[in-house]
Design a protein around this ligand. Sequence first.
Ligand SMILES: C[S@@+](CC[C@H](N)C(=O)[O-])C[C@H]1O[C@@H](n2cnc3c(N)ncnc32)[C@H](O)[C@@H]1O
Length: 307
Amino acid sequence: MSKGQQWDVVSGVGITALAVAAARAVETGRPDALIEDPYARGFVGAARAPVKLPTTPAEAEAADGRGYWAQVSTYIAVRTRAFDDYFRQAAEAGVTQAVLLASGLDTRAFRLPWPERTVVYEIDQPLVLDFKLTVLREHGATAGGVHRPVGADLREDWPAALEAAGFDRARPTAWLAEGLLPYLPSEAEESLFHEIHRLSAPGSRLAVEAIGNIPGALADTAANGSVRTLGVDLADLIHTGQRPAPADRLTNLGWNVRTVPATETAAEHGRPLSPAFVERDARYVFADRPPRAIASSAMSSVIRPPV
Ligand SMILES: C[S@@+](CC[C@H](N)C(=O)[O-])C[C@H]1O[C@@H](n2cnc3c(N)ncnc32)[C@H](O)[C@@H]1O
């Protein structure tokens, strides 16, 4: 999609948000579900998707007869759970500001037990957020903390929109970039990391989903016919050019970084990924910006070297 062009949940990259919601609805229907998203099914029901998306394990099984949707919903469940836990830990550590970049139809603002004074910002295209809030209102959903949706394009001046909505750069923040990076052109991705860094007070943290093998992911969705299964050709949406790994970018910016392979998280939960998803080499990158070091000039005024 070219800059300035908007999309909703049934067009362009917006359809991927609906597909993720379908996967979360399927997972929610499992007896051993890793996450429970009571709103996911409602999104799929309310949208006029170009293809029928499953919302139950039985529908996922019947959708293509090849188990593709079951694989997708397992991966999305593992990913969602990993980042749910990240936000729970951030809240326990006293972080009271969260920003979900490209939040799509993510309902964490409504599902997670945010401490009351936490402010949760969600950035995505205005039409995607409008659709989400309309459906959530119809279902009587209420946010745990203070919920602030910000309609903006992440290839443009989203920091200005975020600050206009009340974002406080002096306050430590828990950021999330989940299901986003492959859809951004490389210059927008580079700028995203720099802007996050610029807006992050010491003590901030960031979680990122990084896909190590994007050509492999595309080959798999092509083999499974993304036009047939999702209603969109993912090859038209995904940027395949080489770019620095998110973990390296963050290390260079001075953040402490820990990378967890998705296969490890999946195994921990007893829900191994299918070979096609192992091949994608997804990693969950967790980083934190250390508290500011005492500047050396300040130190020298306090600690006097021996003469
Ligand atoms: C795969 S979905 C992931 C949504 C959500 N993070 C989740 O995991 O449920 C990708 C999302 O990225 C959003 N997105 C992609 N490029 C964007 C951009 N340039 N500006 C704003 N949102 C964007 C889409 O609208 C969509 O909601």
